[in-house]
Design a protein around this ligand. Structure first.
Ligand code: ATP
Length: 596
């Protein structure tokens, strides 16, 4: 329960929804209890009037007695109807306040969680899978909403009704009240147990269903692989096994659910029988009137629903508490990378790595070891090296996605940790190795990093990235939708759209992480030529595998196993006759083989 204390701030915020809500609950219940008393009186009236009516047997007056009798009964009927209508009206107001409040809290919570997700670092996203992140923002929030809305509403409702009904019952007759209420605790416990079982089974089913959907989703995405490996039948079989498990669990749940209502009705029936039996005895003894029995039967029936709710509410609170615990775990996480500086700084692009080492926190892999280099502002630097040698890690550190484990990075002679990170990243362009495009129009994908980008800017960026002609070739040009709802771009086209997205920002520092691998050498040349023009006087870092991409760089870093093994210009490195010269030789040989 202590986890739910996090929600108190919302209750305070929405106190003007809760207070009227509680008042409506009380009023609606008063209008629920009075009809029982009216029915009791009506019942007594019937018995008395029948006796009077029989007394006048054979007299003319009997007709008059009958008309008075029926009129008064009609008035009673109308009164009960009006009372129930009023009850209904206040129930409506109760839901309008308390349930609506829960929707507002749900909205606030989702915003709070989403905003917190945004400040958490890349390492957090590596540690947690997307499904889990989504679950906390949707499933868990939904469970908590069930607590702040229905659970609280029914809890207040049940308490108020209980007080009113029990007071009315005991004020009529203590013994009858005790016997009528006797089966109710059994009902509460039974419903709680059955409900907990139902919830447990439902959760398992939910999990099976989500496994099933993930399975189907993945297989649909990988349909090309399935078809080319002729694994359709095998996939079908796996699906059937999963599906069978889901069906069996569902059948099991339905069996339990089928027992739920009969058990409830049985216990309520038992209560009614006890009321009639004990009440009958009391009537014979003259302690109560027959009308009181009718009144009690209405009470017992009125209590049934809230009592059922009591068991339900208890399990709702338990689930909400578990969910809130999970949500709190995330909300309490502090981002590892904090930037408190709010000063803006015009980025010049001087970079200085001083004995930088970096170990990935979750895997313990040391990706950079004692890396030191300097790059003057406005220069073009390239990084080359075998796969896994730490090139992308270097880019990650340069964008401060992670902080160094040892050593320091200086940008314009300022420690990167002291920079205003938002301001720094805004002036930096980054093209990642794995292209990610949103399921949006090409135009929106290119304009992603800029507010209110003009058409001209978008066109120029696409021209610089040598993707303009491809886009113009599509039927809807820049309005072409990408992703699931639209077309699929080729690998090279994706890379170039991603480059255009970085170029439109007109960054002071640009980092290309192996993002020219899927474009042919001619296109690459034209991109590099454009880049040379755009980035003139601005710092450019290109991570690449092809010497042709980087031979004009002012400085080339050659990396191996997390270390810089060589650095210099193309000519200097060739002279060294080391790793770089070896890569160069091999690539020349490859080209020869291809040409011949
Ligand atoms: N997010 C991560 N968490 C843990 N380890 C990582 C992570 N990213 C990379 N590594 C590890 O760090 C090492 C360096 O990887 P990095 O991606 O920097 O290499 P790279 O030189 O860019 O390789 P490639 O040319 O194949 O892209 C590798 O051993 C890799 O397994």
């Amino acid at each position: 329960m202590k986890h739910l204390a996090h929600l108190n701030k919302y209750f305070i915020k929405y106190k003007w929804w809760i207070i009227p809500g509680v008042i409506f609950v009380i009023i609606s219940n008063i209008f629920g209890v009075i009809p029982a008393q009216v029915i009791g009186h009506a019942f007594n009236l019937i018995t008395e009037e029948i006796a009077i009516y029989s007394l006048f047997n054979g007299f003319n007056r009997q007709e008059l007695v009958y008309s008075i009798f029926s009129k008064s009964l009609l008035y009673f009927g109308l009164l009960v109807l009006i009372l129930y209508l009023l009850r209904g009206f206040f129930l409506f107001l109760m839901r309008q306040t308390l349930i609506l409040m829960s929707r507002h809290i749900e909205y606030d919570m989702k915003n709070e969680i989403y905003a917190h997700y945004q400040v958490l670092t890349l390492a957090f996203y590596r540690r947690n899978n997307t499904g889990d992140l989504m679950n906390r923002a949707t499933e868990d929030v939904n469970r908590v909403r069930m607590y702040v809305g229905p659970a609280i509403m029914y809890a207040i409702n049940t308490t108020v009704l209980f007080i009113l009904v029990i007071y009315s019952m005991f004020s009529v007759n203590t013994e009858l009240a005790l016997f009528s209420l006797l089966p109710l605790p059994v009902l509460v416990v039974t419903i709680y147990l059955v409900n907990t079982l139902i919830i447990k089974k439902s959760e398992k089913i939910q999990e099976q269903l989500s496994n099933l959907s993930s399975f189907v989703q993945e297989r649909f995405s990988g349909i090309r692989v399935i078809k080319s490996y002729v694994r359709e039948d095998h996939t079908n079989e796996t699906f059937e096994v999963e599906s069978d498990g889901y069906r069996n669990s569902m059948l099991n749940l339905i069996k339990i659910q089928a027992l739920f209502y009969p058990t409830m009705l049985l216990l309520v029936g038992l209560s009614t029988i006890l009321t009639v039996y004990i009440g009958g005895k009391q009537v014979i003894n003259g302690a109560i009137t027959p009308g009181n029995i009718a009144e009690f039967i209405v009470y017992v029936n009125q209590l049934t629903f809230p009592v059922t709710m009591l068991g339900w509410v208890t399990s709702l609170i338990q689930r909400a508490s578990a969910s809130q615990k999970r949500i709190n775990e995330f909300l309490k996480l502090e981002p590892e990378i904090i930037s408190t500086n709010t000063d803006t700084h015009e980025l010049k692009g001087k970079i200085d790595f001083k004995e930088v080492s970096f170990t990935y926190p979750d895997t313990g892999i040391t990706a950079l070891k004692d890396v030191s280099f300097e790059l003057e502002e406005g220069k073009f630097m390239a990084v080359i090296g075998r796969t896994g040698s730490g090139k992308s890690t270097l880019a990650n550190l340069l964008l401060r996605m992670y902080d160094t484990t040892n050593g320091n990075i200086f940008i314009d002679d300022k420690n990167i940790k002291d920079l205003n990170l938002k301001d720094y990243r805004e002036q930096t362009g980054f093209v990642p190795q794995e292209v990610f495009l949103f399921s949006e129009t090409i135009k929106n994908n290119i304009a992603f990093g800029v507010d209110d980008a003009s058409d001209e800017q978008i066109i120029n960026a696409s021209k610089s990235a040598s993707v303009y002609h491809n886009i113009e070739g599509f039927e809807h040009k820049f309005e072409t939708m990408l992703g699931e709802r639209g077309i699929t771009l080729s690998g090279g086209q994706k890379q170039r759209v991603s480059i255009a997205r970085a170029l439109i920002k007109e960054p002071k520092l640009i980092i290309f992480d192996d993002c020219l691998s899927a474009v042919d050498t001619k296109t690459e040349e034209s991109i590099l030529k454009n880049l040379g023009k755009i980035m003139k006087g601005k710092t450019t870092i290109i991570i690449a595998h092809r010497i042709s991409t980087i031979k004009n760089a002012d400085k080339i870093l050659v990396m191996d196993e997390g270390r810089i093994v060589e650095q210099g210009t193309h000519k200097q490195l060739l002279k060294l006759n080391g790793v770089y010269a070896e890569i160069h030789k091999n690539q020349l040989l490859e080209e020869d083989v291809l040409i011949n």
